[in-house]
Write a protein that binds this ligand. Sequence first.
Ligand SMILES: Cc1cc2nc3c(=O)[nH]c(=O)nc-3n(C[C@H](O)[C@H](O)[C@H](O)COP(=O)(O)O)c2cc1C
Length: 159
Amino acid sequence: MKTLIIYDSFFGNTEQVARAIGSAVGAPQDVTVVKVADANLEQLQGVQVLLVGSPTRAFRPSPAITQFLAGIPAGALQSVNAAAFDTRSLIDDTVPGFLRLMIKWFGWAAPKIAKRLAAKGASLALTPEGFAVRGSEGPLVEGELERAAAWARGLLQSA
Ligand SMILES: Cc1cc2nc3c(=O)[nH]c(=O)nc-3n(C[C@H](O)[C@H](O)[C@H](O)COP(=O)(O)O)c2cc1C
C-alpha cells in the first residue's frame, strides 16, 4: 500500500514519531516520510494511506500543517485512508490546574488534523492519537515511540 506520512517538527520529537510510524506500517519502498516544508500536492498522487502529524502548538497544528491541509483540493482524498497524530506536552503534577483545564478544553492538534482530512474526503482509519513529550522540547516520554508504532499498525488491520 502506497503510504505517505507528512509531519512537522520543531525540536525533532514529532519527526521521531513519524519515522517510527513509517517503519511500522510498511516496507521502505511503499512508505514515504516527508517534512511538511518539503511536501507537495503531487506526492499525494496514488497514495492509499496518508498520515499527518504535528506538534501541538497553542492547542492546534503548526501553521505549516494547517496551510498544507488547506491547500488540498476538495474531494482529493476520497479514496484515501487517513489518520492524524500529534505530539503534546506531558500533563503531570507540575502543570498548574488552570492550564490543565485549558488544555482539556481547547484540545490538541490531532483531532483538528483529522477533521480537516475528513473534510477533504478521506476515510479516517484510526482514532486521532497524541504522544507525550517532556516540557516543550522533549524528549518523548519513554515508550511513546513503541505506542506510536502499535497505534499505526491498526491501519494494517483496517486495510
Ligand atoms: C509555542 C509552543 C506552544 C505549545 N502549545 C502547546 C499546546 O497547546 N498543548 C500542548 O500539549 N503542548 C504544547 N506545546 C508543546 C509542544 O507540543 C511540543 O513542543 C512538541 O510536541 C514538540 O514536538 P517537536 O519536537 O516535533 O517540535 C507547545 C510548545 C511551544 C514551543
